[in-house]
Design a protein around this ligand. Structure first.
Ligand code: BV8
Length: 234
């Protein structure tokens, strides 16, 4: 049996950076161009829905053109070849993990290619632009469709399943996240409590870097394949 048989991987925007998708807090990142209170909060959506629709329409269009990179493929290969359980929890709303073949996956902050109806709560695949005047295919009401994305102040998806996986894991790997946003930034503490080995793979030390037992600094497309290969060799 390999040294680690219950692995939880947390990913953030840094994993998709080399696929051409902007991160949030890098110097030319999304939050340098938009105020998160305007585009990633329920209050911002209520204040100016068309700005929020356009913000996510633009990211959905960009996301639909992006391709997985070597780090996404290395994670999918780990899931296929590692005899243990590998759960990927992503903060990313792009579909690059799935496109690379990752299956055991939780989008804790939602997905850009799905809509949420505020009238009937239906989540549906949605690749086109979203707008206020659209009809929900489920309840046929107009005006209820919003991006199926978790905004600040909203509860991330599948927190119970994530908590259970962290409590049982013996290896926690964090890739491409600045460790700014909770509850995701607190997962490393849960993994430590479970007695897991903790590893950070990031371009630069995150805000929670000091929590990690092992840290490697560099680009995800270099770090991730080489680190994950060491897990497949043991
Ligand atoms: C919650 C929407 C309760 C999706 C996002 C006061 C009032 C209200 C709330 C709070 C408060 N104080 C704290 C909070 C909680 C709040 C929070 O954490 N705020 C922060 C700012 C302090 N959190 C929430 O509100 C969350 N909900 O708490 O509900 C609750 C919780 C649990 C149980 C019950 C109730 C909801 C948070 C989700 C918000 N939604 N976005 C979207 O538009 O995409 S947040 C946004 O940040 C994205 O989701 C993103 O995924 C997330 C994290 O960002 P990162 O992925 O880390 O990206 P970032 O740019 O920051 O970093 C990239 C990293 O990659 C960098 O380190 C860089 O060096 C590295 N990198 C770059 N290139 C590469 C690379 N690494 C490797 N290779 C490369 N090539």
């Amino acid at each position: 049996m390999p040294r680690y048989d219950k692995i939880v991987v947390l990913t953030g925007a840094g994993l998709s950076a080399e696929s051409g998708l902007a991160t949030f807090r890098d110097k030319d990142g999304i939050w340098a161009r938009y105020d998160y209170r305007d585009v990633a909060t329920p209050e911002g959506f209520a204040r100016n829905p068309s700005l929020v629709y356009e913000f996510y329409n633009m990211r959905r269009r960009e996301g639909s053109k992006a391709k997985p990179n070597a780090a996404h493929y290395a994670l999918a290969q780990l899931q296929r070849q590692h005899p243990g359980e590998v759960l990927v929890v992503t903060q990313n709303i792009d579909g690059l993990h799935e496109a690379a073949g990752t299956t055991n996956l939780i989008h804790m902050h939602g997905e850009m290619a799905t809509s949420l109806c505020t009238n009937c709560d239906a989540r549906q695949p949605w690749r086109e632009d979203l707008a206020a005047e659209l009809v929900c295919p489920e309840c046929e009401l107009v005006g209820g469709l919003r991006p199926n994305v978790v905004w600040f102040g909203e509860i991330p998806y599948e927190m119970d399943r994530i908590a259970a996986a962290l409590a049982a894991c013996n290896l926690f790997i964090s890739i491409g996240t600045s460790g700014n946003v909770y509850p995701a930034a607190g997962f490393v503490a849960g993994a430590i409590e479970a007695g897991a080995h903790t590893v950070e793979l990031n371009l630069e030390p995150s805000d929670t870097a000091s929590y990690f037992a092992e840290r490697h600094q560099g680009a995800a497309t270099e770090l991730v394949p080489s680190y994950l290969n060491t897990l497949l060799e043991v």
